[in-house]
Design a binder for this molecule. Structure first.
Ligand code: NAG
Ligand code: NAG
Length: 186
């Protein structure tokens, strides 16, 4: 079990050397954590792997570059988007975009909260749902495209290893563009 976990970490570490996000942080197992991008930056890199020994999923986050659309704007943490074992579909309200994530663990699952920042004078549009960004028990290595924003997460938990009673979550993102609201001329 431990060997599987260590090799998972190694793959994450190797993958990280190829990305250019300069804020990176990996979550501790089985504990409560909170990650926030600095003012003016939004979540860009999402990597995670199952920690088999701890029956948890560990995350590594990275942020995009300075972005005037979300610099010095109002930001607010959501309530918990899910209960343990529950499916959720969380979208930032209004034209908010996600700049942080927090979570705590109990049993086999985590509850998640999201930090939304609200740009003024911009609308979130052209939103699309990504395919699942991980499979049960597998690595996640997602980097949102430049000039897009993560606005929502959907997720459901399933039993993926009957014999060991292991549960895991699959995640899907809603990503959007932000553009200036142009008043109609008619
Ligand atoms: C981003 O903004 C921060 C704070 O304003 C500044 O310290 C940093 O140098 C900027 N980074 C880049 C790459 O412009
Ligand atoms: C953001 O706020 C800080 C602190 O008030 C200020 O120094 C900085 O110039 C502001 N940045 C922008 C882009 O408005």
């Amino acid at each position: 079990m431990m060997c599987i976990f260590l090799s998972s970490l190694l793959v994450i570490v190797c993958t990280l050397t190829t990305v250019t996000c300069d804020v990176e942080w990996t979550t501790p197992a089985r504990s409560e954590w909170s990650f926030e991008c600095p003012n003016g930056r939004s979540l860009k890199l999402l990597q995670s792997a199952r920690d088999v020994a701890n029956n948890d999923r560990l995350w590594t986050f990275g942020c995009g570059g300075n972005d005037s659309k979300i610099t010095n704007v109002t930001c607010e943490w959501s309530a918990y988007a899910n209960d343990f074992g529950q499916t959720f579909n969380y979208q930032c309200p209004n034209d908010g975009v996600i700049t942080g994530m927090a979570s705590y663990y109990a049993g086999t699952d985590r509850r998640y909260q999201f930090l939304c920042c609200f740009p003024t004078g911009y609308i979130a549009h052209a939103c699309v749902f990504t395919p699942n960004i991980n499979a049960l028990g597998e690595f996640m290595n997602y980097r949102r495209p430049d000039y897009w924003y993560i606005r929502g997460y959907s997720s459901s938990e399933s039993l993926y290893h009957q014999q060991f009673g292991m549960y895991d979550r699959m995640f899907t993102l809603n990503i959007c563009k932000l553009d200036k609201l142009v008043p109609s001329k008619c």
